[in-house]
Ligand binder design. Structure first.
Ligand code: SF4
Length: 100
Protein backbone atom coordinates (compact mmCIF):
# COMPACT_ATOMS: atom_id res chain seq x y z
CA UNK A 1 0.00 0.00 0.00
CA UNK A 2 1.36 3.40 -0.95
CA UNK A 3 1.26 6.36 1.40
CA UNK A 4 -1.27 8.04 -0.90
CA UNK A 5 -3.52 5.01 -0.63
CA UNK A 6 -3.05 4.91 3.11
CA UNK A 7 -4.28 8.50 3.36
CA UNK A 8 -7.75 7.49 2.16
CA UNK A 9 -8.03 4.49 4.46
CA UNK A 10 -10.89 4.99 6.90
CA UNK A 11 -9.22 5.26 10.31
CA UNK A 12 -11.67 2.98 12.10
CA UNK A 13 -10.55 -0.05 10.05
CA UNK A 14 -8.70 -2.51 12.21
CA UNK A 15 -5.16 -3.27 11.02
CA UNK A 16 -4.87 -6.10 8.54
CA UNK A 17 -5.48 -7.34 5.07
CA UNK A 18 -8.84 -5.72 4.24
CA UNK A 19 -9.94 -2.12 4.64
CA UNK A 20 -12.52 0.37 3.37
CA UNK A 21 -11.55 3.78 2.09
CA UNK A 22 -13.15 7.12 2.84
CA UNK A 23 -15.74 7.49 0.07
CA UNK A 24 -18.18 4.71 0.98
CA UNK A 25 -21.78 5.15 -0.20
CA UNK A 26 -23.23 3.07 2.65
CA UNK A 27 -24.94 0.66 0.24
CA UNK A 28 -24.66 -2.30 2.67
CA UNK A 29 -23.25 -4.80 0.15
CA UNK A 30 -20.03 -5.57 2.01
CA UNK A 31 -21.87 -5.89 5.33
CA UNK A 32 -24.22 -8.40 3.71
CA UNK A 33 -21.36 -10.41 2.18
CA UNK A 34 -19.23 -10.60 5.34
CA UNK A 35 -21.37 -9.75 8.36
CA UNK A 36 -19.35 -9.08 11.47
CA UNK A 37 -16.27 -8.19 9.43
CA UNK A 38 -17.70 -5.07 7.82
CA UNK A 39 -19.63 -2.89 10.20
CA UNK A 40 -21.45 0.41 9.87
CA UNK A 41 -20.01 3.59 11.30
CA UNK A 42 -23.25 5.04 12.60
CA UNK A 43 -21.68 8.44 13.19
CA UNK A 44 -20.48 8.95 9.61
CA UNK A 45 -22.76 6.60 7.65
CA UNK A 46 -20.18 4.34 6.05
CA UNK A 47 -18.67 0.88 6.38
CA UNK A 48 -15.33 -0.11 7.84
CA UNK A 49 -13.57 -3.33 8.76
CA UNK A 50 -14.35 -3.97 12.41
CA UNK A 51 -12.36 -7.19 12.53
CA UNK A 52 -10.40 -9.13 9.96
CA UNK A 53 -11.96 -12.34 8.55
CA UNK A 54 -11.32 -15.47 10.59
CA UNK A 55 -12.74 -18.23 8.39
CA UNK A 56 -12.39 -19.19 4.72
CA UNK A 57 -16.04 -18.22 4.27
CA UNK A 58 -15.42 -14.75 5.68
CA UNK A 59 -12.33 -14.31 3.49
CA UNK A 60 -14.44 -15.32 0.50
CA UNK A 61 -17.08 -12.76 1.49
CA UNK A 62 -14.42 -10.08 1.77
CA UNK A 63 -13.03 -10.91 -1.66
CA UNK A 64 -16.56 -10.70 -3.07
CA UNK A 65 -16.88 -7.27 -1.44
CA UNK A 66 -13.59 -6.17 -3.03
CA UNK A 67 -14.92 -7.26 -6.43
CA UNK A 68 -18.47 -6.04 -5.94
CA UNK A 69 -18.25 -2.73 -4.12
CA UNK A 70 -19.86 -0.20 -6.49
CA UNK A 71 -17.35 2.45 -5.45
CA UNK A 72 -14.32 0.11 -5.47
CA UNK A 73 -13.76 1.11 -1.86
CA UNK A 74 -13.05 -2.26 -0.33
CA UNK A 75 -9.36 -3.11 -0.61
CA UNK A 76 -7.20 -6.17 -0.13
CA UNK A 77 -3.56 -5.50 0.71
CA UNK A 78 -2.69 -9.14 1.03
CA UNK A 79 -0.86 -10.47 4.04
CA UNK A 80 2.51 -8.79 3.64
CA UNK A 81 1.84 -5.23 4.84
CA UNK A 82 3.90 -4.18 7.87
CA UNK A 83 1.30 -2.77 10.22
CA UNK A 84 3.90 -2.22 12.92
CA UNK A 85 5.41 0.51 10.74
CA UNK A 86 2.21 2.58 10.49
CA UNK A 87 0.28 4.19 13.36
CA UNK A 88 -3.29 2.84 13.73
CA UNK A 89 -4.72 6.35 13.48
CA UNK A 90 -3.44 8.62 10.74
CA UNK A 91 -3.12 12.07 12.32
CA UNK A 92 -3.66 14.07 9.12
CA UNK A 93 -6.85 12.25 8.11
CA UNK A 94 -10.08 14.25 8.27
CA UNK A 95 -13.28 12.26 7.56
CA UNK A 96 -15.28 13.82 4.71
CA UNK A 97 -18.45 15.58 5.74
CA UNK A 98 -21.65 13.93 4.49
CA UNK A 99 -23.29 17.38 4.58
CA UNK A 100 -20.79 19.07 2.25
S1 SF4 B 1 -19.90 -2.21 -0.62
FE1 SF4 B 1 -18.62 -0.35 -0.83
S2 SF4 B 1 -20.06 1.39 -0.99
FE2 SF4 B 1 -21.20 -0.41 -0.22
S3 SF4 B 1 -21.17 -0.19 2.03
FE3 SF4 B 1 -19.42 -1.49 1.46
S4 SF4 B 1 -17.66 -0.09 1.19
FE4 SF4 B 1 -19.54 1.14 1.18
Amino acid sequence: MSLETFKIRWPRNVPGRFYVDATCLDCDLCRALAPGVFVRDEEHGNSYVGRQPETPEEVSGCLEAVAGCPQEEVHDDGLQFDWQAIPPVVPWFQPPSKNA
